[in-house]
Each structure stands twice: as C-alpha cells, then as structure tokens.
Design a protein around this ligand. Sequence first.
Ligand code: ADP
Length: 707
Amino acid sequence: MIGIAGISRDITERKSVEVELQREQEFLKTLLASLSEGIVACDAEGVLTLFNDASREFHHLPDEPIPANQWAQHYDLYLPDGQTPMRQEDIPLFRALQGESVRNVEMMIVPKQGRPRTVLANGNALFDAEGQKIGAVVAMHDITERKQAQEALERARDELEMRVAERTAELQAANARLEIELAEREHAERALRESEMRFRTLVEQSPLSTQILTTDGRITQVNRAWEQLWGVTLDQIPEYNLLQDPQLVAKGVMPYIQRGFAGEALEIPAVRYDPNETLPDRTRSPEPVRWTRSFIYPVRDEAERIRQVVLVHEDITEQVRAKVELEESENRFRQLAEHINEIFWMYDAERLRMLYISPAYEHLWGQARDGLDGDPRSFLEAVYAEDRERVHAALEQQQRGQQTLTEYRITRPDGTLRWVRDRGFPIKDEGGRVYRVAGLAEDITEHKRAEEERAELLQREQAARAEAEAAIVVRDEFLSIASHELKTPVTSLVAYSQMLERRAQRGAALPERDRRAVHVLADQAGRLSRLIDSLLDISRIQTGHFTLNRAPIDLCALSARVVTEVQMTVERHTIECVCSDEPLIVEGDDLRLEQMLQNLVQNAIKYSPNGGRISVTIRQDEGHAVLAVSDQGIGIPHEAYSQLFQRFYRAGNSADSVISGMGLGLYVVKEIVERHAGAIEVVSAEGQGSTFTVRLPLLAPTPASSL
Ligand code: ADP
C-alpha cells in the first residue's frame, strides 16, 4: 500500500434527495400494498419487477423474475371462459410491453390453490424521461363478484326466461288441446246433426210407412209413405193413440205391439186394416183398406231407457191380392186339368220332383199317381222297351229347353197296350234356365188303330189301282189289236153294203122291205167303220202314230161343207153355219179338222134328243179363228167339265140316259185341237144346252195372198 487517497464530496443534498426518494418509495410501496387492484410490472426485458400484495393474493404466488413466455402457465392465466390457457400474445402485460394500450381486457386467474378470479386488466408501456421504454405495468381489477353477480343475474334471467318459455309452452299446449277439443266437439256436433238429418231423410224418403211414437202410444212423427198409405196427415188425427186402437185388439195384433213398447224388436203378423173402422171419415184414400205387415222396435237412450218406439208398415195389399188371384187361377187350372181327357203333367226340372199330374194319368196308365212322387220318370217303366230310348231322349231335350213331341206305347198292368202322344214344353226363367217342364199326354190308341186301317186301305187301293192300270193296258192293247183286225173286214162290209144300196136304188127290183134292210145294213156298217176308226185313232195317239198333213185351210168353207152334209142326214135338227165373209185360213190337216167338227156336231145332235137348233159360228179374234158349236140339248153337269176330254169318259148325263157312246169323241177332238196349237173349252147349263169353243191360230197372211 502506497497511500490512501480519498475524495470527499458534499453529499448533503444528495442525501436529502435520497431520503426523499426513499420516503416516496415507502409511500408507493404502502400504496401498492394497500391497493385492492393487482398491479404487476416488468422491465424492458420482460422480467417481472413489481407484484403487489393483491397480485400475490390473486395468484397465491410470489413474484419471480420469469420470462414472459412462461407467465401464462406459471401464473395460471386463462381466457374469460376459465378453460383456455392464455397465449403469450394475449397476456395484457405482454401486450402493454409491446406498446399497446390495454383497456378492460377480461381474463381469468385460476391458481392451483385458492379460488379462481375474473379480472379486468388495463395496462401501458412505461417510458423514461428520454422516452426510452423501460417496461410495462398492468392493473388488474377483480371483478369476480361482479361477474358472479352478473352471472347469477343472467342465470336468474335465463331461468326466468326459461320458466316464462315453459309456461308459455304449457299455455300454448293447453290452448292447442283446447282448440282440438273444440274442433272435435264441433265435428261431433256436425256429425250428430248430419246423422240426424240422414235419419230424418231416410225416414222421410223410405218407401215404407214409418211412424215414431212416444212410449205412451202417441204418434210424434210420420213420413210421407205413412201419409200416402193411410190418406191422412198427422194433424188430422190428434187424438189417435196406437195402444188404444180397438181395431188392433180385435185383429189380434195388440199383444205384438205391446211387446214392442216393452222393449222388443219384432215383426207383427200381416193384418187387414181399415182406417174408417177406427177413425171414420178421416182418410182421403180411395182404397183405405190395406193389408200391412209391420215391424216394431224401441229406440233407447244411453241409459238404455226406451225413449221412442218406431213402427214400420209395409203395404202388401197387392201381394195378398196377387196371391188370392194366383190361388184362384191355380184352382181354375186345376179344375181344367182334372176334367180334360189329356194328362197334364209338370215337374221340377232341377230337383226332378213331380209338381202336378192330372187324374187322367191313372186312367191311361192304370196306375196310381203317387207312384210318381219319388221319381217323376218312373212312368217310363210302363213304356215299351223299344220306345223307351226315344222317350228318354225327349226328356233330355226338354231339360235342354226344347219342345218335344213323342209317340210311344205303354203296357198297362192288365197287359193291354196303349199308344200315347206326349208333348213337352220347357218353362224357363228370365235367365233362360229351364226350371220346369210341363206337358200334355193323350191316349191316341184309337187314332193309331184308324191310322193303321187307313194305311191298310191305302195299300189295298194302290194295289187295286195298279191292277186297274194293268187292265187298262190290256184293254188298250186288246182294242188296238181288235180294231186293226176288224178294220179290213168292216171296210169291205161297208163297201159291199153301199154298193148293194146303190144298186137297189138304181134297179128298184127289190121289194121295199129288202131295200130298207140294205139301207140299214149300209148305215150300220158305216157306223161300225167310224167306231173302228175312232178306236184306231186312240191307238195311234197312244203309240205316237197320230200324224197331221198340214196345208192352208179355209175354216169357213170347211164348216159350211160339213154343216150341209150333216143337215142332209137329220130331220129333227136345224143346223146353221154362221161365218164372216172373209175366209179364215188356218194351217192344218183337212181331214182331221173335219173329223174334229164332225165329232162336235154329231155330239150336239146326239145330246139334243128332242131336236132343236144347232149353230156353228166362226169368227176372228186377235189372230185366231174362233169356232163355236152350240146346241139346245141336255147340257153337261158342271163337275164333269174337268174330265170331259179324257178317253172313255162319259158324263153322268149320258151314262144315265140311253144315248150310246164310248167316250172317245172329245178325246180325239182335244188331241186334234192341241196338235193345231189351239185350245178348247166348254160352257154349259144343264137342260139348256152346251157350247164347245175351239180357238185356232190363223195363218199369217203371205205377201202373195195380200196382192
Ligand atoms: P160319247 O159321246 O161317245 O159318250 P164323247 O167323248 O164324244 O163320247 O163325249 C163325252 C161325254 O161328253 C159324253 O158321254 C157326254 O156325256 C158329254 N157330251 C159331249 N158332248 C155333249 C153335248 N153336246 N151335250 C151334252 N153332253 C155332251
């Protein structure tokens, strides 16, 4: 050591400042300690420099010089929710240190020991006199209680709100229920009204007469059908009481009505009711007496008490009438069916049951009807075995809806045979189904017998006819041969007799008697010859050898000649020929036409035995020559007209008389006329004469003849 140097300085002032400063610091310390606000401060490096008592209380920790990044964890700093730890940059002191002026930042301190708090932090950075940042300070105001109070308030408000909401909801629910109830009630009321209306309409519109009565028998309501049925309205019979209606007592239905009033639903038997009997002169119905079938039933309330009684009538007058009519008609039918000879039968086609069979069955079958009760087809047992199948087939047809007509034989118990004609008619319902089969069976044994006899007779007649036809053939053959054989000898007989007669007339050597004999001989030979000619003509017609030699012929000239010739041979008849001036030319066979006229004129003479006038007229008519031969003789019966022109036919007038003939003349005449394309007809009146008219076609005029 070399010395000690010292420097003395007056530090009084300094010392007094220091004292002042210390005092101030003491004051501040006390102030800070007594503050309820927590104050923390840090230096520029972020090292905590100040932590007052309140802060310590908040954190339950002393201050320690720890860096800012550990503050949050160390000092249990959380966001206001108390759950989320604060990040460094959220911490108010840190933010203040960064230069931010922190205002009312809410945060929570949740120390490991001690109670959590909510604080509001305010802070700023600190600067020295030169404006250098020297740190930051934050003041924390404990708002825990305020917060809690606030939260309690909020909770209370929430609760209140909730309760209000709950109550409101309850009220709303009650309201909704009420509304539903109201709607339901309204609906029910409407349904009730509708149901009542329906019931009323139903009753009103029902075709069945309906009346509603009080439990003591007075009518309170009726429908239109009731008014129509009885011809009165309710107000016209105010005094009526059903339970006191003597007619219902008399007709025996009151007990049923009483049962209805006692609570039973039941049908009242049909009754014939006359309103005039109970209440005279009230009904306006033209037919007041009605047959009705009724139904009565009580109407009860919820307590099962009878409130009303309903009585329904059905008018069955028509049904009853129809039933009576049906019975009458059935009776009439039965009377008829039981008294006819035919058997009327009817069976049920579905159940195969006999419905009816008339008593005539017993007579024809010789068996009792009740034998058919079990099986209506048992009548078949009596049917001939050979016929049974046919009858069976007919039954099947009936079932199928067809009408049948069968004839069959039966054997009766006494062994006799009967013929039956059975007609069956199916009876169908509206659907076309056969539900019944009815029929009529009759005994046709006599018919059958007569039929058999007729058949036998017919057979015999046919045999006889065949025999006769064969005989005719033989006759015709015989006549043909005979006439051919006779022709030659008769021709010479005629020739010689005529020669003899001529000689006798010339020589006059014969006595008068012989001369007449010769005359008769010649005359009869002539007749015989003409007869044989006729027979030969017949034979020729039959064999097709009857031929014509045609040439133009003047019918007038021919007629005049024939008339003149014939007139000479008769004395008691006058024959006249009336002809037009014009010649009437036909094309024909001269000899055949003369033969035709001869036959007609000879008949006119022959069938006028008392003489008289005979006229032959010829005229022209529409291209035809019309030749008519009229006499005033015996006439021809009308029924003979159609057969007059058949060979060998002689009408009644000639057959009965003595006028001889063979029935050949007109046959030949007709043949000749038809071969000349003409026609012949006859008009006659018995006892007054006949007219035969022949129409022949005129020959068309040739150019030469017209010149
Ligand atoms: P026939 O004179 O030989 O009997 P016809 O064939 O000439 O045969 O005549 C047939 C029938 O017609 C006669 O039998 C007669 O009954 C009837 N007859 C024909 N002409 C006459 C007449 N002019 N008057 C009445 N009857 C007649």
